[in-house]
Ligand binder design. Structure first.
Ligand code: CTP
Ligand code: MG
Length: 385
């Protein structure tokens, strides 16, 4: 049986949010939920989550999807929190993990368990990339050879009875250790390392929570049918997936949703991909009369494959006709559903071109779209959110 202890009873002081950093949302999911999901998918028989009293109300509902998970009251230090949970753990093997490391992968968890079974302990670590030195009073006393220096992460796995007795010794002697490898190493034997991953970083400072941002820009123009040019018998145009009554009809191979076309180009551009003409050529019969919102879904999937999701969009429509202001809210609503972002992060402006040029002469509509996309933070693990 495997017990997992997820340490979540800190204050997150260095991150400086109003709430505990482990409750902070990343891509719509609290930090703590990433490790809950990863460990429960890797066969944890029980998960003990350490929490401060003031966070219990917020954490309890997050455990609801995991029948094997329960709360344990944390202590003043991380070591005390883990010790509290360890006393309640029932497993033969126990893995201890920091909730502040949401990007732990299934491979790391499996390797950790494997390492415990093979060597009696498994401590996730990475070879140091910076040179490290020992200093005293601001002066370097020694420089360990880089090959022998590792930075230690979590999870760290042990046989529960051994780790518990090590912790009991530490408590009896009033000694503090920063992690389990320290306690175990001091009282039992040298812990065994296994190779972690760079992505398994601990979120400590506010900037650790900022996803990388990218921007994209797109423009599209569609012409109206001129009088006598044989426009189809419809009385609307489609913008942002919304049908808008219009005397003039847009020419198009697809449904002529010029707004969605500009938006798709902006999204593809933000992801460093080619344009819509490349992916949906108008020489391809497949796209005749195509519903542009379906194409937008395909574009979003391509962008997501690159590890990116839209964050906000800003759109400007130049149209002398029809009058768009009564339809702006419906367009924003429609885009909000398509892009899965709140309507408050979507701006749609519409204006005429003061009768100047092709727009002013009612010959067509032009749309400019600007998007900001964010990197999906848990790019390595599959979780549903
Ligand atoms: N932790 C804990 N009990 C404590 C202190 C910390 O369970 N008394 C947990 C934290 O919730 C975190 C992990 O241990 O998931 C690693 O600690 P750290 O990154 O230092 O988190 P905080 O202590 O919350 O942050 P800070 O030190 O900036 O206040
Ligand atoms: Mg701390």
């Amino acid at each position: 049986m495997i017990s997992v202890i997820i340490a979540a009873a800190g204050k997150g002081e260095r991150a400086g949010f109003e709430e505990n950093k482990v409750l902070k949302e990343l891509n719509g999911m609290p930090v703590l939920c990433y490790s809950l999901s990863a460990f429960s998918e890797c066969g944890a028989d029980e998960i003990l989550v350490t929490a401060r009293e003031e966070d219990e109300k917020a954490i309890l509902p997050l455990l609801a999807p995991y029948p094997n998970a329960r709360l344990v009251r944390g202590g003043k230090t991380r070591g005390q929190s883990v010790y509290n949970a360890l006393k309640e753990a029932k497993g033969e093997i126990v893995l201890v993990h920091d909730a502040a490391r949401p990007f732990v992968t299934k491979k790391i968890i499996r390797d950790c368990i494997e390492c415990v079974k093979m060597h009696g302990s498994g401590v996730c670590a990475l070879p140091a990339t910076d040179t490290t030195v020992i200093a005293k009073n601001g002066e370097i006393i020694s420089s360990p050879a880089r090959e022998s220096v590792f930075t230690v992460q979590t999870p760290q796995g042990f046989y529960k009875d051994e780790l518990l007795s090590a912790y009991e010794c530490a408590v009896a002697e009033g000694k503090q250790f920063t992690d389990e490898s320290g306690v175990y190493g001091n009282y039992i034997k040298p812990p065994r390392l296994f190779l972690g991953e760079r992505s398994n970083k601990k979120l400590t400072y506010p900037e650790d929570f900022m996803p990388a941002e990218r921007v994209g820009f797109g423009v599209d123009t569609h012409a109206f049918y001129a009088d006598g040019e044989g426009a189809p018998f419809i009385n609307f145009i489609t913008l942002g997936g919304v049908r808008i009554p219009s005397e003039k009809i847009l020419k198009a191979h697809s449904d002529g949703d010029v707004l969605v076309h500009a938006l798709m180009d902006a999204l593809l551009s933000a992801a460093g991909l080619r344009d819509i003409g490349y992916y949906f050529p108008d020489t391809d019969e497949k796209y005749r009369g195509a519903n542009s919102t379906e194409l937008l879904k395909e574009v979003l999937a391509r962008v997501r494959e690159r590890g990116l999701v839209p964050y906000n969009v800003s759109i400007s429509v130049l149209a002398e006709t029809p009058r768009l202001s009564p339809h702006i809210d419906s367009i924003k609503q429609s885009l909000s559903e398509l892009l899965q972002i709140p309507a408050e992060r979507i701006g749609v402006a519409a204006g005429t071109n003061e009768k100047l040029g092709y727009v002013g002469e009612k010959k067509g509509i032009t749309v400019y779209a600007y998007v900001q996309v964010h990197e999906i933070l848990p790019c390595k693990i599959s979780v549903s959110y």
